[in-house]
Design a protein around this ligand. Structure first.
Ligand SMILES: *Cc1c(COP(=O)(O)O)cnc(C)c1O
Length: 396
């Protein structure tokens, strides 16, 4: 594996050199005011990325999975009912976590490749007259299938049913790369991690809690210690953690938040849309199809690409790594061996993306797929180039 090539896995993502340097900190006293100068800009910056005025932001030494656990254990009690759709490996794992915590999950099975069925949510919530469902789970961007869901539509489903359940959103592979509107969408807990849109190593669970979610913390009975947001909140009041904080990672987060703000969130999202559109043009030129079933669910952070029937898609990933030192993502769960994934989130540029597409073409040709070298690259170039701007205008 080459350390010079960018990675094209959907997380961890490539790190800007300045962010990497920022993580490389000398030891400081994490109970001194120096730490507050790292902590507080992180909390404020995350709140801005979540587009929330009032959310309480908590950062734990963990990963996105720990963020799921933070959401569940702080707000729910054993036996509580949760509504969730399963449309990929990540929604599946969150459901599995609920079950292991003794929660009663009503699962809406949804074909992999489709978005969350907001209409089904509305029907189920409407018929739940006793308001037994305490939480609705929604995976904003299903990283296994490259499918984005409409969280505003899930909020509308809750409102149309007049249902008071909390709305928890897994934004691990969307937040800081795709538009996310915690307040506007009425999200009660937003979950993410450090190693995707925030361009950091893995190691931080990042969550935002609404006031309503904070109120639920007071009555929730699931056991929690490490992930107790009350302990964490008390720590923050003293510019500290209840335990030792990962200072270097947080210093990196402070810088990555600053970089996102300097570029402008809307520009960050537009860059992801542009890069993703180029990838989709390439996929089309290759004569292949996405796992995502229709344009409104196409993800701007990851594309899961179906390979022809009978071809083991995992071979693409293995061969890319061994022959070209380049990383793509394998298919997971139900789509293992059927898709390979190109991650296109984080610090990528058009030029970096072209290198990934060019390598994918060599790999597929080496493995005997009917791919014309340069075809996908040319389609993406035509979209990325600045000359006439026609391709860009067409997409705008
Ligand atoms: C990566 C990812 C996770 C898991 O995050 P970890 O940091 O690996 O624990 C959860 N949900 C989604 C949508 C993801 O992409």
């Amino acid at each position: 594996m080459s350390f010079q090539n960018p990675v094209f896995i959907p997380g961890p993502t490539n790190m800007p050199e300045a962010v990497r340097q920022a993580c490389y900190m000398p030891t400081i006293d994490h109970r001194s005011p120096v730490f507050g100068k790292i902590l507080n800009p992180c909390l404020d910056g995350v709140r801005r990325v979540l587009k929330s005025e009032t959310a309480r932001v908590f950062v734990f030494p963990s990963t996105g999975t720990g963020g799921w656990e933070t959401a569940l254990t702080n707000t729910l009690s054993p036996g509580d009912k949760v509504l969730a759709a399963r449309n990929g490996m990540f929604s599946h794992r969150w459901i599995d976590m609920c079950q292991r915590h003794g929660l009663d999950v009503q699962i809406v099975e949804t074909p992999w490749g489709q978005g969350l069925p907001a209409n089904r949510y509305e029907e189920i919530l409407t018929s739940d007259r006793g308001h037994e469902i305490k939480v609705v789970l929604a995976t904003h961007n299903e990283t296994a299938t490259g499918v984005k869901s409409d969280i505003a539509a899930v909020r509308r489903a809750l409102d149309a049913a007049g249902h008071p359940a909390l709305l928890f959103v897994d934004g691990v592979s969307s937040i800081a790369s795709m538009d996310f509107r915690m307040d506007e969408w009425g999200v009660d807990v937003a979950v993410t991690g450090s190693q995707k849109g925030f361009m950091l190593p893995a190691g931080l669970a990042i969550v935002g809690f609404s006031e309503k979610a904070m109120a639920a913390v007071e009555t929730a009975k699931l056991p929690r210690t490490f992930f107790d947001v009350r302990d964490m909140g008390r720590g923050y009041a003293n510019n500290a953690f209840p335990y030792t904080p990962p200072v270097g990672l947080m210093n990196g987060l402070k810088l990555s938040l600053q970089m996102l703000q300097d570029e402008g969130l809307d520009n960050v999202f537009a860059r992801h849309t542009r890069i993703a559109t180029g990838v989709r043009r390439a996929v089309e030129a290759w004569g292949l199809e996405l796992c995502a079933v229709s344009p409104e669910v196409y993800s701007d952070t990851v594309s899961a690409i179906r390979t022809p029937e009978g071809f083991d898609a995992t071979r693409i990933v293995t061969h890319a790594a061994s022959a070209y030192g380049m990383a793509f993502g394998v298919g997971l769960g139900e789509v293992a061996g059927k898709v390979f994934r190109i991650g296109h989130l984080g610090m990528l540029t058009d030029a970096l993306m072209l290198s990934g597409l060019a390598t994918a073409e060599m790999v597929m040709k080496d493995l005997g797929l009917d791919i014309k070298l340069g075809s996908g690259v040319a389609a993406a170039q035509d979209f990325y180039r600045h000359g006439s701007g026609t391709a860009k205008q067409a997409a705008a």
